[in-house]
Design a protein around this ligand. Sequence first.
Ligand code: ADP
Ligand code: MG
Length: 470
Amino acid sequence: MCGKGTALVMTEAEMKELLIDRWDEILEFLRTQFNITKVSFNTWLKNLKVKEVKDDLVLLYSSDPSIGSNLSFIKNKYGAFIKNAIEEILDEEINVDIVSDETSSQQPARRPEQPSVSSSSLLGLKLNPDYTFDNFVVSGSNSLVHAAALKVAEAPGEYYNPLYIYGDPGLGKTHLMHSIAHFILENTPSLKIMYVTSEVFMNELVEAIRHGSVAPADFREKYRNIDVLLIDDIQFIIGKDRTQEEFFHTFNYLYEAKKQIVISSDKPPRDFNNLEERLRSRFECGLTVDLTAPDFETKMAILQKKLEIKEYESNIKLNIDDEVLSYIAQSITTNIRSLEGALTKLIALSRIKRTPINMELAEEALRDIIFPNQKKTISPDYIIDVVCEHFSVPVEEITSQKRDKYIVIPRQISMYLSRRYTNLSTIELEKVFNRDHATILHGISSVEKKIKTDDEISKTVETITKKLNI
Ligand code: ADP
Ligand code: MG
C-alpha cells in the first residue's frame, strides 16, 4: 500500500474524505501487516469508522454499539497499529483516538507491548483442538462473555482478573477456556499456561499430601510458576476445606504477581453457601459473566458450525436441510452439548441405515434424546459423551474392542450410569456398547462394587453424575 504524498496541501475535510474512501484498504493493511487474528479483527476492528479529522488527530468510532466498554482496550492494544496503517495512506504523522459514537475523549493512543517469543508452553490437561474462538458462534446471549474471554486472551493479566465465567452445563464454558488457551499459545507463546479442572487440582493436592509433605512444595511450585491459570468447574472444590484453602493461596500468589486467572463454574460466587467469604470476595474482584441458554438463531448457527466441522473432518458433504436443523434446534431447548449430540446421532443413524438425512430420520434420532413428557431423561449417548469428556478419551473407543485400563474404566462407568439413569434394558445396552449380555452385567456390577470399596472411583462416579445434571 502506498501513500498519496499530497497530505501537505490537503484540508481536514479532504483528509477525511480520502480516509473514508480508502478505509477498507486501510483495515486490510492493518489486518495483514500486523498479523491480527480473524477473531480479534472481527471483534474489535472491523466496525471502526472515521468520525472526523481535526489538526493532526484522526478520530474514529465503532459502529458496533456493544464495543463501548472495550474502547480503552482497543486503543492500548491496537492504537499504534491503526496509526501506522493510516499514516501509510496519508503519508503524514497523525495521532489516533477512538471514541464511542456519542462521547469524544481525546487521549492519544499508547504503543502496545510487543510479545516476546519463545517456545510455547501448556501444562495440565490437553486442549480440544476444535474448541477455538474461530469455532465459537457469537450471538446476543453470549457476546459479552465472548468479548471478555477474547480480551483476557489478548492481554492476560491486564484486564479482568479473575475472569469468572458461570452457566449451566453444556453452554460453552470449557469451549471458551480452551479458546483462551489456544489463542495465547498461538499469539504469546512465551507465556506458561495451566489448564486444569478443579478435580485435577484437588487430586494432585491429595496426592502431594499423601506423599508426605504437609506443605506440598512441588505442588505449590507447579501452580505458581505459570502466567495463566485456567481452572474449569471450580464447583467441585467448593466446601472441600483443605483444597479450598490451598486454592486460596495459589489464587493470591498469582493474583498478586498479576498473572491471569480464569475460573469457570456452574454458579456465581454468591450462590455457593459453603464458599469461604475471603475466597468469594477474591472471585468477585474481577469480572463475573454468565452464559445463558442460546436462542433459536444461535442454536441454528451452532448446528451449522458443527456440521461444517464434521464435514471438514470426514471430508464428506452431508447435505442436511435447514428444516431438519431447525427441528433439532427447536426440540433441544437449553444444552448445546445435547444439540451437538443430536446431530452426531443423526449422522451416525444415516450411516448405519444407509438412508439420506431427512425429517423422518431426525425424528427417530431424537426420540431417545428428547422425551417431551418426561422431565429429565437422558440417553446413553449423552452419558458416554460426558464420561469421555471427563476422562479425556475419544467417544468411539467406548464401543471399540480395546481392553486397556484407560478405556475399560470409562466404559464400565458409562454402562453403570446408563443402567441407572436411562430406561434401557440390558439387551438394549448390549447394542449401545457393542458387547454381550455377560460383559454388560459384569461392567455394571464391577462399578457397583468399586463404589463401595474404592474411594477414588466412588468420587469419580459422583462427579460425573453431577456433570450429567440429572
Ligand atoms: P460447558 O463447559 O459449559 O459444560 P462446553 O464448553 O463443554 O460446555 O460446551 C458443550 C458443547 O457445546 C461443546 O461441544 C461446545 O463446542 C459447544 N458450544 C457451546 N457454545 C458454543 C458456541 N457458542 N458456539 C459453538 N459451539 C458451542
Ligand atoms: Mg465444561
